[in-house]
Design a protein around this ligand. Structure first.
Ligand SMILES: [Ca+2]
Length: 228
């Protein structure tokens, strides 16, 4: 009787482990980290951190949410509309624009109490990206002639308000370019030369020489930004 109960215990423990993936040995592998699936808040990602467009005039960008089917599954996705201008703005480069989502958590002031009249503020927390090998995201264009690069910043690049850029997105897509079909982009971390232990943000960026005619207006759709 006792043995049977023990066997049952072992079996249920195994089932629990299988169901939850909480294997003790699995701790050395990094599970993927979903940064945003665009199902929740419009201004915060799944990490609880801010996400928004960025704009340097005369370029501009806006975001919204749309329902779409990704791999046959109905879901919500980010719609990113951009107008990358060819001239004007800093260095007559037409400015730049895009969308960022923060990997770092913001710092905060701590309210003083009688016991602690001068509390230290909570510092920003940068994300340890060292367990991950790639940034992944699902993307499609509205027409298929869109283009962008991915920006990644660490503490240093964050402080200067910029990021390190990937190559053009097509390099990381199965079709070699954006199309009107959903594709998964996999951008190896080592495309970016920075401090992976202190990551600050991921961005979709329209800047530089992305388009043959200089400027371009278009719409790209994005879902499931993750670190894998
Ligand atoms: Ca989604």
């Amino acid at each position: 009787m006792k043995t049977k109960r023990f066997q049952k215990f072992i079996l249920s423990s195994l089932l629990f482990l299988l169901a939850t993936g909480n294997w003790p040995v699995a701790t050395s592998f990094a599970a993927s980290l979903l940064v945003d699936d665009f199902e929740g808040s419009e201004t915060k990602n799944k990490l609880g951190n801010r996400a928004n467009v960025f704009i340097k005039a005369p370029s501009k960008a806006m975001v919204s949410r749309r329902g779409d089917a990704v791999q046959g599954k109905q879901t919500h996705v980010l719609m990113l509309r951009y107008e990358k201008k060819a001239t004007g703005g800093p260095y007559d480069s037409g400015g730049w624009c895009g969308y960022y989502t923060l990997l770092k958590s913001p710092g905060a002031l701590v309210a003083p109490t009688p016991d602690n009249p001068n509390p230290a503020p909570i510092e920003e927390q940068f994300l340890d990206g060292s367990p991950y090998k790639a940034i992944t995201l699902w993307v499609r264009g509205e027409k298929g002639d869109e283009n962008f690069v991915v920006g990644l910043s660490d503490r240093h690049w964050d402080q200067v308000g910029d990021s390190v850029k990937s190559q053009e997105i097509g390099k990381y897509l199965p079709a070699g370019k954006l199309t009107t079909e959903w594709q998964k982009a996999t951008i190896p971390m080592d495309e970016f030369f920075l401090d992976y232990g202190q990551l600050a943000s991921v961005a979709v960026v329209f800047e530089g020489d992305l388009f043959p005619q200089g400027g371009h207006a278009g719409v790209v759709y994005v879902d499931d930004i993750a670190l894998e």
